[in-house]
Design a protein. Structure first.
Length: 213
């Protein structure tokens, strides 16, 4: 064995550049079935575009050839992927001269139980994502009427949902069994079960006492 290669790594003079940056995507891309709907080509192109996003604005302008190099796709599949991403509200495209400028977008479903009420679409701007997503989560779960939060997103009605223009609320009919139990309802059932258990325990003790007389 070559002595140089046999030396411990700590003793070798290894110099180079290691890219430790990484991106995340919403888990909802998979749980909602969106990733499967757009397909692997569009998913790859979407991530390739995201990798070029300006930290402060989210904007980027990689050419078709660059996207082809990054994804291993040919021209037609790459262009088809871009069209699909636009159709699924995962990409905004604007023309500047002969060059396309892109802003990738994130999609998240707002649900009551398993029912999709609407889909929130938000521009992927790395510098703002953490705060925006936290504000959206709070607004959706706590019912906060924060005009600034909702002004930053696009809302797509879920299946069977309609937007009441006067109230600004999404409306639809839901079966009773579709509505999830609240924490208070669950706590009430637990309390009743505990009371019933204590009552049965008391009856058992009373019957045992009667038999001993």
């Amino acid at each position: 064995m070559d002595r140089e290669l046999a030396r411990p790594v700590g003793e070798l003079d290894l110099r180079g550049d290691l890219d430790t940056t990484y991106q995340t995507q919403q888990r909802d891309m998979f749980t909602s079935g969106l990733a499967a709907s757009i397909g692997v080509n569009a998913f790859a192109v979407w991530h390739a575009i995201k990798s070029h996003a300006d930290f402060q604005t989210g904007e980027c302008w990689p050419g078709i050839r660059r996207l082809m190099e990054l994804t291993g796709l040919s021209t037609d599949p790459t262009q088809a992927a871009i069209k699909k991403l636009k159709a699924f509200h995962l990409l905004r495209v604007s023309k500047r001269g002969r060059r396309n400028h892109y802003v990738a977008r994130e999609r998240m479903d707002v649900r009551i139980g398993k029912r999709v009420i609407c889909t929130v679409v938000i521009d992927y701007i790395p510098a703002l994502m953490r705060d925006k997503l936290a504000a959206l989560k709070a607004a959706a779960s706590e019912g906060l009427h924060d005009a600034d939060v909702w002004a930053q997103v696009e809302l797509l009605p879920g299946p069977g949902m309609t937007l009441n223009a006067e109230s600004g609320n999404y409306q639809s009919r839901m079966r009773v069994d579709e509505v999830p139990e609240t924490a208070a309802e669950i706590a009430g059932k637990v309390r009743k079960a505990s009371e019933a258990k204590e009552k049965l325990k008391g009856l058992a003790e009373e019957m045992r006492a009667n038999r001993q007389r």
